[in-house]
Design a protein around this ligand. Structure first.
Ligand code: PAF
Length: 282
């Protein structure tokens, strides 16, 4: 497994792979890898001849400087995990290797067709502009046959599908189910910032979501929203930012159970912001 830090070195490696006609699987990450990421990598290894993982903490998708600074970084530990998972090439560029100064300082424009106006997009302005900026850049560079994303970031995944279609990328997007800790807590690099006691508290998020799935058959989406809000409010140490029951495709509020609905939640546990989601009725 090679680790390359510059676009030029990456291009040299990738052209050798392409010239052999190999299929390329791609897993974009921001590092601080956990079992969830490694599951994506293993799936890519199983489905492609050559697997590339990018590790880049993308500054343009952070709207909170502290979150960016505190984001866990550990390239050595990540590289060990990736080697054992069967990854072939790690692309870990610096900010200046990826972005010009102009790109770093100017908002990337994209028509999200409304997918960014709710939930994460509402609470983290510009976040998805940054995500589309980096993923479109990486897709153009890597030109993967398949790209792998976790469903924990449900809204991000919907936006990646839209971006891929609209920008005409030929990569197939593979949605990978949420990987959870034994307690039910959705795996996330941000979990590293939780104390053991907070981890226990944070497991309450998925417990409430799983219970809400049982209730979904009996009450309306609006009643379900109120129920979840109330349950989270009762857990000391958690502070709800939003819970929404939305259509899985448009991400707009679901007023009935006729379509494919998903419940998306963002919660603060201390200063750490966690997201999770659960599917209803599909
Ligand atoms: O989900 C993430 O880790 C990031 O948003 C992504 C897709 C790697 C883009 O920086």
């Amino acid at each position: 497994m090679h680790i390359v830090r510059t676009v030029e070195a990456f291009q040299t490696e990738i052209s050798a792979v392409r010239s052999k006609g190999k299929t390329i699987g791609f897993v974009p990450t921001m590092g601080a890898l956990h079992t969830g990421h490694i599951s994506l990598v293993k799936r890519s290894v199983a489905e492609n001849d050559f697997t590339i993982v990018s590790i880049f903490v993308n500054p343009t998708q952070f709207n909170n400087l502290t979150d960016l600074e505190k984001y866990p970084r550990n390239l050595e530990a990540d590289a060990d995990l990736l080697m054992y998972a069967g990854c072939d090439l790690v692309f870990a560029p610096s900010i200046n290797a990826i972005y010009t100064e102009r790109e770093q300082n100017n908002r990337f424009e994209f028509d999200f067709e409304g997918l960014d106006s709710v939930m994460e997009g509402k609470f983290r302005p510009e976040h998805f502009n940054g995500v589309v900026q980096i993923i479109s850049k990486l897709f153009a560079l890597v030109q993967p046959h398949k790209s792998y994303f976790g469903e924990k970031d449900f809204q991000q995944l919907a936006i990646i599908h839209l971006m891929t279609r609209k920008m005409g990328f030929e990569t197939e997007i593979i949605d990978y189910p949420i990987v959870r800790e034994p307690s039910g807590l959705a795996m996330s690099s941000r979990n590293e910032r939780l104390t053991p006691a907070q981890r226990e508290i944070a497991s309450g998020i998925s417990k409430v979501l799983f219970q809400s799935r049982e209730l979904a058959a009996k009450i309306s989406p609006i009643e379900l929203k109120k129920w979840v809000e109330n349950e989270i409010a009762q857990i000391e140490g958690l502070q709800l930012e939003y819970f929404e029951v939305v259509d899985a495709h448009t991400l707009q509020t679901a007023n009935n159970w006729n379509g494919e609905a998903v419940g998306c939640i963002a919660v603060f546990c201390g200063v750490v912001r966690l997201i999770d989601n659960v599917r209803y009725k599909w």
